[in-house]
Design a protein around this ligand. Structure first.
Ligand SMILES: [Cu+2]
Length: 91
């Protein structure tokens, strides 16, 4: 699994967050999505064997938002780190 953090412009409210979260969760290989319109950030957990960051960015564009830049990307097999990420998404 891998994580991706993106700066996304165009999110104005919680409905925008919901649109991105639901839209990205529909993409095969994406498991957890968190969007914050105030920070303009989208963070997600994905399976790099199933989907590439470029496809995720295309999906965001398709939803009507713009990826400004990629803030961070990491891939890990370490379950402890993955657990921390997952607990972050669930908080
Ligand atoms: Cu909105």
């Amino acid at each position: 699994m891998a994580t991706l953090q993106l700066s996304v412009s165009g999110m104005k409210c919680t409905a925008c967050e919901k649109k991105i979260v639901e839209g990205l969760q529909a993409v095969e290989g994406v498991s957890e999505v968190k969007a914050d319109h105030k920070a303009g950030l989208v963070e997600l957990v994905y399976d790099p064997d199933k989907v590439q960051p470029s496809q995720i960015e295309e999906a965001i564009s398709g939803l009507g938002f713009q990826v400004v830049q990629e803030e961070a990307r990491s891939e890990t097999q370490k379950s402890s780190i993955l657990q921390q990420i997952l607990s972050f998404f669930r908080s």
